[in-house]
Design a protein around this ligand. Structure first.
Ligand code: GDP
Ligand code: MG
Length: 599
């Protein structure tokens, strides 16, 4: 008790021993991106005096610098808050979650640690793709949901319509909905009270053997692996000998605590609590997200418990070649990727070599946003300038030479006015419609489509065609045969590896011509003639030529005789063809980069 008292500081004061399980509420806020999750979290932090007003920054839980800069949450963020209602003390564990589809696996992890969720819907936008996706996950896990319409301070809030959407799509009744402004704080306190009344306290048996779910893990240079946990049964404290079920590692607990939102050491994590556990584990791959921590038995025997249901690990969908802009940076890049992987287990990479860019990596990402964020982190946290080559999905090449590609079931959520436009777009993108459903105010259209359409700008096109109102969600459904051809770009007969790629048959000629023409535009003239060829199946389908500089070998001659001039010109021609034959193609780096780099 002495120790615990010395540790409690400031406004986060609370004493575990005094807490009953029925005073705990674990919940998440789920919503489509930009519907106001982080802003609502800010208000809750203020209301519960977790963060004092003068320390408050907007979107406080987005501590990650890239989150702050972009105004999006990319990482789940837990925080503990206290609140008093009718002289009874309550303890909230709130987990803010990312809303972008690339990071939806973070949401399902979060929800597995909670009993309830606030389902937040922007009243100016209505139900969007991630609203539905998250609702379904929460429902499957049996969470109690509180439907909330946000941004009612805005004049274009369509409260009536969105209420109907929520009733029709999810079966909520009007009297269980809350109408708030996360910005002004209107009705937020009532919502907090509803969390106490409606969301159940954690079940779980404090007397049973320890079962703790790891719902996230981060690597900290000083502390080692920090496991974010939800105690399901029993309790855990410093000095406990524990075992990680799936990775079968036995270790000692060196510290436990909660999120203030910073790591705040405490004496014990009791049944139902959310907090963190430090152990002797230094390798994050041993503290697998979804694993169960239990008390270790003497000897090698496995503990006599049922492990908690884990999570499916997210699969990388988009692959890029990643090369340092300066070849000196290969070593630092390798080291930095290793460090990033400690905290980003969705990232995969292996070394690859390009004849034109040198040594680099093939890196797998969850999607394009994930790739952009990793690129930014490499730049901001490690000072590395890198180049990402053309993105590709993971193709399967069968023995008979045929190529298969990943397909998805795409669902577009759109106001009915844009249904036609989206259907035309999806058909052009090799989509096959499988379903369309009309709801109050919006429609859900489902298509089977190659995942690669995301790389080809599908998400943006859907935004544009619907003036920003439609949103999409997808699930990967398997591999299907792809009508792909390998397009090779050659300059003076040298294949340029980083510019070659598989292309759809019907687009192949167009892309071949476009690439050749673009290269002609950006490559500077050289001493020799440069011939650009686009080759498909051994046939040249596009050809461009860049004439050489003509060095004026006659300049020093004034007048003079004709035969000498002819001789000099003849000599120059010979020299050139020799150069031509032996030329190692000299591709200026900027030109190559500008061909590859995405705008
Ligand atoms: P998140 O992506 O769900 O975390 O959304 P944010 O909390 O980052 O909010 C997205 C944007 O909506 C920000 O610019 C917020 O300031 C704004 N916003 C959030 N809630 C409200 C609200 O109740 N009223 C108004 N007017 N703007 C809001
Ligand atoms: Mg956010």
């Amino acid at each position: 008790m002495q120790r615990a008292r010395a540790l409690v500081v400031g406004i986060n004061w609370y004493n575990t021993a005094m807490l009953q399980q029925d005073q705990i509420r674990n919940f998440a806020i789920i919503a489509h991106v930009d519907h106001g999750k982080s802003t609502l979290s800010d208000r809750l932090l203020e209301l519960t005096h977790t963060i004092s007003k003068d320390k408050m920054q907007e979107q406080f839980l987005d501590q990650n610098p890239i989150s702050r800069e972009r105004g999006i949450t990319i990482k789940l963020a837990p925080v503990r808050m206290r609140f008093e209602l009718q002289e009874k003390e309550y303890l909230f564990n709130l987990i803010d979650t990312p809303g972008h589809v690339d990071f939806s696996y973070e949401v399902s992890r979060t929800l597995a640690a909670c009993e309830g969720a606030i389902l937040l819907v922007d009243a100016t936008q209505g139900i969007q793709a991630q609203t539905v996706a998250h609702f379904q996950v929460a429902k499957k896990l049996g969470l109690v949901m509180i439907p909330v319409l946000n941004k009612i301070d805005l004049p274009n809030a369509q409260t009536e319509i969105v209420m109907k959407e929520l009733t029709q799509s999810f079966g909520f009744t009007a009297d269980e909905m809350f109408f708030i402004s996360a910005k002004t704080g209107q009705n937020v306190e009532q919502l907090l009270k509803a969390v106490i009344e409606k969301i159940p306290s954690p079940r779980g048996n404090p007397e049973a053997p320890l079962r703790t779910l790891i719902f996230d893990a981060v690597y900290d240079e000083y502390r080692g692996v920090v496991a974010y946990v939800r105690v399901v049964d029993g309790g855990v404290k410093k000095g406990d000998k524990v075992r990680l079920f799936a990775s079968n590692v036995k270790t000692d607990v060196t510290e436990v605590g909660y999120f203030s939102p910073y790591l705040q050491q405490s004496e014990e994590l009791t049944c139902g609590e959310i907090g963190y556990v430090l152990t002797g584990i230094k390798d994050i791959r041993q503290a697998r997200v979804g694993d169960t921590i239990t008390i270790a038995k003497e000897g090698a025997g496995m503990p006599d418990i049922e492990p908690l249901p884990g999570y499916t690990t997210p699969q990388p969908m988009v692959f890029f070649g990643m090369y340092p802009k300066s070849s000196d940076d290969f070593g630092p890049l390798k080291e930095s990727l290793g460090k990033l992987m400690l905290n980003d287990t969705a990232l995969t990479y292996s070394e690859e070599y390009s004849a034109y860019l040198g040594s680099g990596f093939r890196v797998g990402f969850l999607g394009l946003l994930h790739a952009e964020i990793v690129k930014e982190r490499l730049q901001q946290e490690f000072g590395l300038e890198i180049l990402l080559t053309m993105p590709q999905v993971l193709y399967e090449r069968r023995e008979d030479g045929s190529i298969f590609e990943p397909y998805m079931l795409l669902r577009a959520y759109t106001p009915t006015a844009y249904v036609g436009g989206i259907m035309t777009l999806c058909q052009k993108r090799k989509g096959t419609m499988v379903d369309i459903q009309y709801h109050e105010g919006y429609a859900v259209i489902s298509y089977e489509m190659p995942y690669s359409m995301f790389i080809r700008g599908l998400a943006n096109d859907i935004k544009t065609i619907s003036s920003g109102f439609a949103s999409v969600d997808y699930e990967v459904i398997g591999y299907k045969p792809a009508d792909l051809l390998d397009l090779e770009i050659r300059i003076n007969d040298n294949p340029i590896d980083v510019l070659s790629e598989p292309v759809y048959k019907e687009e192949s000629l167009y892309i071949a011509r476009e690439k050749a023409a673009r290269l002609k535009e950006i490559l500077p003239r050289q001493q020799i003639r440069q011939i650009i060829q686009a080759v498909i199946n051994g046939a040249i389908v596009a050809r461009e030529e860049i004439p050489p500089f003509r060095k004026d070998v006659l300049a020093k001659m004034s007048g003079g005789d004709r035969t000498r001039k002819d001789k000099l010109l003849e000599a120059q021609k010979k020299g050139k063809s020799r150069m031509y034959a032996h030329a190692k193609i000299d591709l200026p780096q900027e030109a190559l980069f500008s061909m590859i780099e995405r705008k």
